[in-house]
Design a protein around this ligand. Structure first.
Ligand code: MN
Length: 244
């Protein structure tokens, strides 16, 4: 039996050297690939392109789409000027991933966005971000969301909405997750529900209310997956959803 193909959108790394100035690589961290292979899928890296026809073809090749972590989203995409705390951005990657999500969703295939992937989903559909956790209202965003512990360690709690697809994937509604983000969701995109929050009101997951699975999580399940059966199950269920 053939396994579902999970398309993975890579980041672009500039590897400058004396001999090859400005040389670029499309790359995916191996833990994303291994999270797919270990849980019933075939990962397929989809190199960054601005070619609409190629993006359309990508969406036909795959059964589901995985968006990875990476740079901040260009705030111009959600109607804001950059603030001092904004980190590195890659506007070309933003445009590529938004077009790829549109094409994948139009082809009725599920989308899982991780960290930056969550933020991209929210931005694409009309939501906004806090450019830094510190920009949240007083009393919110008080937990440390950029942990110094090893990435398999769940450093803060989240509460998951019991009726959500995410809760069905995780098999539980209260758990600890790792945290490697300095930006967070602000206004939630129309057509999406918040389905997980940290105790300090930071949004840790959203999902589309209708029209097929589009789920974003703020933590990094791929870094927890090797030693954490709950995160393995999250990938397995997502890959299983992609199979049908
Ligand atoms: Mn967090």
């Amino acid at each position: 039996m053939t396994k579902p193909i999970i398309g993975i959108a890579p980041g672009v790394l500039t590897v400058d050297s004396h001999m090859f100035p400005g040389r670029q690589r499309d790359y995916v961290n191996r833990d994303y690939l291994q999270s797919v292979t270990a849980n019933g899928g075939v990962p397929l890296i989809l190199p960054v392109t601005a070619d609409a026809a190629m993006i359309q073809q990508y969406s036909q090749l795959i059964d589901g789409l995985l968006l990875c972590g990476g740079q901040d989203i260009d705030p111009l995409n959600y109607g804001e000027e950059p603030l001092a705390e904004l980190g590195e951005i890659d506007p070309q990657r933003d445009q590529y991933e938004m077009a790829l999500v549109r094409a994948t969703h139009a082809a009725h295939k599920p989308v899982l966005g991780i960290c930056r992937g969550l933020q991209l989903l929210n931005t694409l559909y009309g939501g906004t971000l806090y450019q830094d956790v510190a920009d949240m209202p007083a009393g919110e965003g008080t937990i440390k969301h950029m942990q110094a512990q090893l990435p398999a360690y769940g450093i803060h709690h989240i509460q998951v909405a019991a009726s959500s697809q995410l809760a069905a994937y995780l098999g539980q509604t209260k758990l600890t997750v790792n945290s490697f983000h300095h930006q967070t969701l602000n206004k939630i995109a129309p057509g999406f529900n918040v389905v997980a929050t940290a105790p300090d009101q930071v949004v840790e997951a959203i999902e589309a209310t209708t029209g097929g699975l589009q789920l974003g999580v703020q933590w990094h399940p791929e870094m927890m997956q090797p030693t954490n059966p709950v995160m393995s199950q999250l990938f397995a269920k997502f890959i299983n959803t992609s199979a049908v």
